[in-house]
Design a protein around this ligand. Sequence first.
Ligand code: ADP
Ligand code: MG
Length: 350
Amino acid sequence: MALVEVKQITKKFGAYSAISNVSLTAQDGKFLILLGPSGCGKTTLLRMIAGLELPTYGDIVIGGKVATRLHPKDRNIAMVFQNYALYPHLTIYENVAFPLRVRGFSGDIDKKVKWATSLVGIEHLLERKPRQMSGGERQRTALARSLVRDPSVFLLDEPLSNLDAKLRHSAREELRQFQERIGVTSIYVTHDQVEAMGLGDRICVMQGGVVRQLGTPEEIYLNPADTFVASFIGSPPMNLISDEGRTIGFRPEMFLPESAFDPSEALYRTEFTVQRIEYLGGDRILYGMVGASLPSSKAIARLPATIGTLPEVGTTAKFAMRLSDIRYFDGEGKAVEQSRRHEARLVVNG
Ligand SMILES: Nc1ncnc2c1ncn2[C@@H]1O[C@H](COP(=O)(O)OP(=O)(O)O)[C@@H](O)[C@H]1O
Ligand SMILES: [Mg+2]
């Protein structure tokens, strides 16, 4: 187990900065997610932690020791890549056993291989060669191979992206349980915010080579640091409405027909004209326009099936949200701090 510290790291490719002055800490034994859109620098950052890439500026500290220039094999780190090359001439069993054999592991190799492969659901395919496996099965073999040698830091770069949706969900659960059981410090890269919310102890949201926010899933969901995080996290994303140089944000599931609230609650009321309704099992997504007290703009409401009557498409209904559920962002898109919200609210309501 080891604490991983990224200290003011910048990585330039020529004149282009893929990572700009990023600092973060992956806590001992915890699961940190690097989340952001494609091209934001997640893989580059992970490769510097693994020792596969040298930072232009800054340091990587692992377990209290500066590791910036340490060779990858001296870091006791396992990394699972998006596309991991397996040894084509070896069976799945031998591929997974390989890291133990080269390190002269003295324990029960057979037991370890069976444990790691059953964790990812390929224990029945051990005699196959990689070419006889599907893409997803190869990915899981790579995962098993990295799990098998008890690394002190585990780096995963979109390891589940080749699995189908159902398998991805169960693999995610297994990965999480495994991580909790052995308590290995893990840094997991994904562009999928649903995956990030389900897996992470903490999530580091990145964009354009910088950290936008680092917090628990709840923190980044309920109190996004800026409008980028607000619109990147959540499906559908937070409603963001520009109003006199500020932005008002509210989550679709907190924006409901007025009748759904207790009359004694402090509400912000507005009109909502429904343009389209999408049925999503237990929830209904309503697309439409807000107006009246808010500037006319698009908005989305997410109503649970427990709210019986839906407004019809084409009609305008009275909608509301709790004042405490509204978030405010300044002209630069930065969240207005708790202490300054009162001031912002007056402008919104005035
Ligand atoms: N070896 C490289 N040479 C030049 N540019 C690179 C190199 N590796 C990555 N980049 C660029 O750095 C940016 C971040 O890439 P990457 O870390 O792969 O993003 P992500 O993993 O978040 O999708 C991209 O614009 C990418 O094109
Ligand atoms: Mg990547």
